[in-house]
Design a protein around this ligand. Sequence first.
Ligand SMILES: Cc1cc2nc3c(=O)[nH]c(=O)nc-3n(C[C@H](O)[C@H](O)[C@H](O)COP(=O)(O)O)c2cc1C
Length: 209
Amino acid sequence: MGTVLYIQVSPRPESASTEVARGFLESYRKSHPGDQVRTLDLATAELMEFDAPAAEAKYAVMGGQEPQDEAGRTWRKVIAVINDLKAADKLVLASPMWNFGIPYRLKQYIDIITQPGLAFKVTPVGEYVGLVTGRPALLILARGGTYPAGTPAAAYDMQRPYLEEILKFIGFKDIKVITVEPTLNEGPQVARKKVEEATVLAKAMAKEF
Ligand SMILES: Cc1cc2nc3c(=O)[nH]c(=O)nc-3n(C[C@H](O)[C@H](O)[C@H](O)COP(=O)(O)O)c2cc1C
């Protein structure tokens, strides 16, 4: 029996990324009846602030020290968030593109979990090694426009490359991506077609995930 952590980012009820993710999970539940799916809805979840004590704790750990006092208490909250991710065998992350990158709630989550000794470590020769290993990830990424490789628009896509690289940095190797685009720029009919095509693909991928 495995556990899937589904991270939902869009706050919109009519969200394209959420709709495709729901199609994926419906198919996943049918093909993996013994597995559990846990949802972390970042639009509504209580997320700790990554504030001065959190930064102090991070620097203490980077320097080989144990965070103390308020920093120590904050660090324990950080550990709980990363442990929640590590408790999952698989990750599904559905996110909109906002201003060519990711919504701030997802960035806040990434700032909480990307921690020394928990999500990555630094070897004595200065190499970074990810610690969240052995899990596949699926990214479902909705965008109002299109960002085809090899075109000038591709340079504006700071959503997909960022998410792929940060997941690799913390240890993910098997990262699959479904893009849902354009959800705005070519009108509602094209958007509907793209969401439906992505949902068909997602449902097929769920069987092998
Ligand atoms: C605050 C905000 C910023 C956005 N910025 C971009 C953008 O930079 N590029 C783009 O292609 N679409 C942008 N969009 C459109 C969304 O990416 C698009 O509506 C997408 O479908 C949102 O995902 P969702 O449907 O899962 O909510 C933006 C939408 C919002 C609300």
